[in-house]
Design a protein around this ligand. Structure first.
Ligand SMILES: Nc1ncnc2c1ncn2[C@@H]1O[C@H](COP(=O)(O)OP(=O)(O)O)[C@@H](O)[C@H]1O
Ligand SMILES: [Mg+2]
Length: 516
């Protein structure tokens, strides 16, 4: 009797092992991708996803293992071998020529020719055909340098399709996209697979996997932690596979017990923020929700002293700080975690220890305004431990940290001030699932220690989980305000779209502080 033929996969990796000095990046990894599916390759930062894709695409040589494409064993020594076998990869940093048009980029190095010359009309037709077929609308004559990121990504995809790629590999494709661009990318991927192409989607974002994939392979520490069928799994199951422990996603924390008003803002206006009234009390987290660009960042930057105030009044613990500088505000008890951790939050060339000590010149860390190195190191070790910051040593530059670890550094440093008021923007953006839970727990503990927190987040689940009250900003104004129990996803969503479901109420805790 002849055995049944083995299933023929679009991509079949068996026992792939890849070692870097000091790191086992892939440890006997099996990955099987079926024809016509969107296969998500998931895992936290450093799990080995990009390495596995580099091996598949002929950019890195595996130490062990085999690769089959459409059932045939292959040995790639370069990406051009992989392309010849029908693979195409969109890298995180695009490889396009800004000064050339869309059509020129798409056909680059594979130009249609006529009498030995590049046939430009044919190139434009080809782009239109491919674009129409796959719902990848983009103007063939546009200069790539003038296009937004989402459209440049389409050009990359068109380029691969022009070269005949049957399997497309996208490494963290949404990292650079707005939510709307990401949605449209997923529409494109679905249409590609509906027409028989295969997609390998590398990501660490749960929502994308649940909404946009057919099957999932989860890597953890270089090994396969789970193989799942998307329709049969849950966010919790994937998160547990990624982190190696049970993770309670979307946990809603118990409300705090607010005390006196710490921050009081009245009639406040700054660039595109109008007439905002708000207060944050001790032992309370006030969440600010809103679609990006509705004034949340500008409000917080102005409160941090980084933007001039056009009108209104701001008091911190009763003291007027309306026109105080950022430094004066810090001294009076304000800590700030900005959205942009690279440009504003940290000094990339300085060490982890020095970054953690920044702004602590006037705290218990300092002796007569100086920071003794031993104290700086001890302080750094405490925070590295408490926040699980992964750094080789506390002396490496901050630029050596991954985005998620840099975020932990920033939050750790600011919480360590024990300032009465914390302004925090997007506390878990780009952070691994396991670390998100830790950051949330730390913010709740900070609140429960009697501090006031103003939280701006684009993640509704984060706002709902942490905030005791929620304000919705719409076109620079407070459009609605909700108590924790009223702030369900639908209610917030409507208010964020400028159409609050019901009249807004006054939910501020009674003010026990003396008015100034
Ligand atoms: N070229 C390299 N040299 C040394 N170590 C590397 C290299 N590329 C990746 N690594 C290490 O291999 C591990 C897996 O990295 P990577 O595949 O980039 O993970 P992911 O894409 O899942 O975030 C990490 O510990 C990373 O530091
Ligand atoms: Mg990667």
């Amino acid at each position: 009797m002849t055995p049944p033929p083995p299933e023929n996969f679009a991509v079949e990796l068996r026992g792939i092992t890849k070692r870097f000095p000091g790191t086992l990046a892939n440890d006997a990894v099996d990955l099987t991708v079926r024809h016509g599916e969107i296969h998500a390759l998931m895992g936290e930062n450093g799990a080995g996803k990009s390495t596995l894709m580099s091996v598949l695409y002929g950019m890195e040589r595996a130490d062990a293992g085999s690769i089959r494409i459409d059932g045939r064993e292959v040995r790639f020594t370069s990406p051009s071998d992989a392309m010849a076998a029908g693979l195409g990869m969109v890298h995180q940093s695009f490889k396009l020529f800004d000064s050339l048009t869309v059509a020129e980029n798409v056909v680059y190095a594979a130009e249609p020719r006529r009498f030995g010359l590049v046939d430009r009309a044919a190139a434009r037709r080809r782009v239109r055909e491919l674009a129409d077929e796959h719902g990848l609308a983009v103007d063939p004559e546009a200069r790539v340098g003038d296009l937004p990121v989402g459209l440049r990504q389409r050009v990359e995809i068109l380029k691969l399709l022009h070269r005949g790629a049957r399997t497309l590999i996208l490494d963290e494709p949404t990292a650079v996209l707005t939510p709307a661009e990401a949605d449209s990318l997923f529409g494109v991927l679905k249409s590609l697979t509906a027409r028989g192409r295969t997609v390998v989607l590398v990501t660490h974002k749960l929502r994308e996997v649940l909404e946009g994939s057919d099957r999932v392979t989860v890597l953890r520490d270089g090994r396969v932690a789970a193989r799942l069928v998307t329709s049969d799994t849950t966010a919790d199951e994937i998160a547990a596979a990624m982190t190696g422990r049970a993770v309670e996603l979307d946990r809603v924390h118990a409300p705090g017990t607010p005390g006196e008003a710490v921050l009081r803002v009245t009639g406040f206006s700054t660039d595109s923020v109008h007439d905002v009234d708000l207060s944050v009390h001790a032992g309370e987290i006030v969440g600010v929700a809103g679609v990006a660009g509705n004034g949340q960042s500008k409000l917080v930057e102005a409160l941090a002293g980084l933007r001039p105030v056009a009108a209104g009044r701001v008091t911190l613990l009763g003291a007027d700080i309306t026109h105080a500088s950022a430094t004066e505000r810090r001294l009076k008890g304000l800590a700030y975690v900005p959205e942009d951790r690279h440009a504003v939050g940290t000094a990339p060339a300085a060490s982890v220890a020095d970054n953690l000590a920044m702004g602590h010149h006037r705290t218990t860390l300092s002796t007569r305004g100086l920071l003794p190195p031993a104290a700086v190191r001890a302080h750094a070790r405490r925070l590295v431990e408490r926040f699980g910051i992964k750094a080789a040593t506390t002396e490496v530059p901050a630029s050596a940290l991954s985005g998620g670890n840099l975020q932990k550094l920033l939050i750790g440093r600011e919480l360590a001030h024990e300032a009465p008021l914390l302004l925090v923007e997007q506390p878990t953006r780009g952070v691994d699932i396991g670390a998100i839970q830790n950051i949330h727990d730390q913010l709740i503990a900070y609140r429960d220690a009697g501090h006031a927190v103003l939280l701006v987040s684009a993640e509704l689940s984060e706002i709902r989980g942490l905030a005791d009250r929620v304000l919705v900003l719409y076109e620079g104004r407070v459009a609605a305000s909700y108590a924790k129990e009223e702030a369900d996803e639908r209610t917030l969503g409507l208010a964020m779209a400028g159409a609050p479901a019901e009249a807004t109420h006054e939910h501020e805790p009674p003010d026990t502080s003396p008015r100034t």
